[in-house]
Design a protein around this ligand. Structure first.
Ligand code: EPZ
Length: 417
């Protein structure tokens, strides 16, 4: 397994371009199954997860070409509504195949996703909603087997779920009647999925709100083109890195509107932030103030930037609190940050971070995509050589991360094991 060697202690300075959003492109790729057509999708990040989604599409019979961040997907030959365990176990987002399979074929066999480093990742909301739309669902050999021509209807989620909202939007695309979703997720990635599904002739009311109505449509289409939104989580990661390393970094190809809460929190922490139409500049201004965060569904502070914020707070000039509301134990990065000398305690879903002057270099281990990012940030500030193992996690969600870090002055190299 590959690892990174990082020689930290230098400010990050310069400009980098942010890639397309992983969490938008994954459901959009699955949505190409809904209607038989040829799709050209721009600004697609070359990640382990997007390559896994390509394998899932090919498993279903689609033809896919991926060339310089452009995806060419032809779903005219899809004939196998199956998402097998060997692929689903490597990426929870494989479950996004369920809705499109039901829309296209009225049947689907999708392996249940496994858990992850921070506990179970249930899909009960997805299953309950599909049953309410008229699906017959059985569990056999670890697979969800779903059958029936979906009716549509009124779906109300007890809790906002990005994945369940995305799956039901895609399942509703060719149902017999419209589907109304209450308490829907409204993350920018869901908005991008809605905009893509509308290109297929399926009208959606309430895009960007928690109340969606999907009007099904079965008209044939031929060619669809789409440009994926920028990755706000990658952008936020580099914004936090700029402040944490006491640097001056401009990130381009971003949508500042997707980062309002992160900009607000970084300004409270003492950063100077200049905003242009599609770029954000973050400048260290002599201090890192302690700032509490509480993760919430969009537009609240994103859980996918919680670990990175914790890393920053280890160097603040005071004590700060982090409350993680989305996942009950998304704190696996704490024990690794403590190896850098960080002073962190936690109980249940609340962590207390006591800022210290400097982190010290150490060998550490990644446990998930965003925890890996928090460890890279810590290593970039620790004066000396650190190593981070199991970086296959980071390769799932950050395109060319070491090239981007090198471009702004970070001393990082990949060791192929
Ligand atoms: C998406 O995961 C993202 N992944 C996650 O990003 C992100 O952390 C999460 O949304 C929250 O924003 C992708 O988009 C591919 P949820 P998802 O359904 O859809 C519970 C990353 O690092 N829940 O919104 O799986 C669930 O356990 C990844 O890029 C149920 O209980 O998240 C969690 O506590 C990590 N039953 C909460 O809801 C369900 O059926 C939110 O989960 C579904 C979810």
């Amino acid at each position: 397994m590959d690892s990174f060697i990082i020689n930290g202690g230098k400010p990050l300075e310069g400009e980098i371009c942010i890639s397309g959003a992983k969490n938008a492109v994954l459901p959009i790729m699955a949505a190409t199954i809904i209607k038989s057509a040829r799709y050209k999708i721009h600004n697609v990040p070359n990640l382990k997860d997007t390559r896994t989604m390509i394998s899932l599409l090919e498993e279903s019979g689609a033809k896919v070409k991926f060339d310089k961040n452009i995806l060419f997907i032809n779903t005219e030959s899809c004939n196998n509504p199956l998402a097998p365990y060997k692929l689903v176990k490597t990426m929870r987002a494989s479950f996004y195949m369920l809705g499109p399979f039901m829309s296209r074929f009225n049947t689907a066999t999708v392996s249940l996703p496994g858990g992850c480093a921070w506990g179970p990742r249930p899909v009960d909301f997805h299953i309950k909603a599909l049953k309410e739309m008229g699906a017959n669902i059985v569990l056999k050999d670890g697979n969800i087997i779903c059958n029936g021509k979906l009716k549509g209807g009124l779906i109300e989620f007890n809790k906002k779920s990005v994945g369940a909202t995305g799956n039901i939007i895609m399942a509703a695309a060719r149902a017999q009647e419209p589907t109304e979703i209450l308490n829907a997720a409204c993350e920018p990635e869901i908005v991008d999925l809605c905009n893509f599904v509308e290109l297929m002739g399926i009208n959606i009311e309430g895009i960007g709100t928690n109340h969606l109505t999907i009007y099904p449509n079965n008209d044939d289409i031929s060619e669809i083109k789409h440009f994926v939104i920028p990755d706000r989580i990658e952008a936020g990661t580099f914004m936090i890195a700029a402040l944490m390393t006491k640097g001056d970094v401009t990130i381009s190809n971003v949508n500042p509107n997707h980062l309002e809460i992160v900009i607000k929190k970084l300004r409270e922490a003492g950063a100077i932030i200049d905003i242009e139409e599609s770029s954000i500049r973050v400048i260290y201004n002599g201090k890192i103030n302690p700032v509490d965060i509480e993760t919430k569904e969009y537009p609240g502070y994103p859980t996918d930037l919680q670990a990175q914020w914790m890393s920053l707070m280890t160097l603040s000039n005071g004590s700060s609190n982090i409350i993680e509301n989305i996942y009950k134990d998304r704190f696996t990065h704490i024990s690794e940050l403590i190896r850098f000398g960080a002073e962190i305690s936690f109980e249940n879903n609340q962590a207390i971070i006591k800022g210290i002057k400097n982190l010290i270099p150490a060998p550490v281990m990644s446990t998930d995509i965003r925890a890996s990012a928090s460890l890279i940030l810590a290593a970039l500030t620790a004066d000396g050589e650190s190593s981070i193992s199991r970086i296959y996690h980071i390769d799932r969600g950050y395109e060319d991360i070491e090239l981007k870090i090198k471009k702004i002055g970070g001393a990082i190299k990949r060791i192929n094991s």
